[in-house]
Design a protein around this ligand. Structure first.
Ligand SMILES: Cc1cc2nc3c(=O)[nH]c(=O)nc-3n(C[C@H](O)[C@H](O)[C@H](O)COP(=O)(O)O)c2cc1C
Length: 186
């Protein structure tokens, strides 16, 4: 049974991301194809990257890096829940991703974005980042609009079809997470 993390990538007080990530998790936990866990970047209290050695060398000196690395290493795949800030992902999520390297390698990932244009520009940036980390990002994507999936840009009221979009995303993430287990085993 693969383990999939739903990673909440916004840390802002009053963030919309929490309702979005909980909604994704509630859909996911009804499935029987994987073990799902909600991982809130805010809980890990990561400072701006403070490791002297590049993460690709895997020599983590800071206790907060080791805790974060152990958590991320425990999963076979990821669903990143990302806001769109200035046409990209949040600084907090990018920073949390940058802390690690091998823990992400040869895993699968999918994206749930939200913003005025469904968070699509944030997700496009994240797809470039995934390539460098050797993460296989699936095609299916959930794009939540601040205009039609929220009331007053703040109360999360996802349109009905978005549930199916989450399940399609999870189908692909689970499939590729299972497939990549053979690569990780080598
Ligand atoms: C610093 C900042 C920059 C933003 N830039 C964009 C943007 O470029 N495009 C967009 O669609 N929404 C943008 N927004 C609106 C956010 O997508 C929206 O506020 C969303 O709820 C943020 O996620 P959060 O509530 O989980 O922090 C921005 C919001 C913030 C705080």
């Amino acid at each position: 049974m693969p383990k999939i993390a739903i990673i909440l990538g916004s840390t802002r007080p009053g963030r919309n991301g929490e309702a979005v990530a909980r909604w994704v998790f509630d859909i996911a936990r009804q499935r029987t194809d994987a073990e799902y866990e909600l991982v809130d970047v805010a809980d890990y209290r990561l400072p701006l990257l403070d490791e002297a050695v590049p993460p690709s060398l895997g020599q983590y000196a800071q206790p907060h890096t080791r805790v974060w690395a152990e958590k991320i290493a425990s999963f076979d795949g990821y669903v990143f829940v990302t806001p769109e800030y200035n046409h990209s992902t949040s600084g907090a999520l990018k920073n949390a991703i940058d802390f690690l390297y091998a823990e992400w390698n040869n895993k699968a990932a999918g994206f749930v974005g939200y913003g005025s244009a469904g968070g699509t520009r944030a997700v496009e940036h994240l797809r470039l980042v995934m390539a460098e980390l050797q993460v296989a990002d699936v095609r299916a994507q959930v794009a939540l609009s601040l205009f039609t999936d929220f009331e007053n840009f703040s109360r999360f009221t996802p349109a009905e079809h978005q549930t199916e979009a989450v399940n399609t995303l999870l189908d692909q993430v689970v499939s590729w997470s299972n497939a990549l287990a053979t690569v990780r085993a080598v």
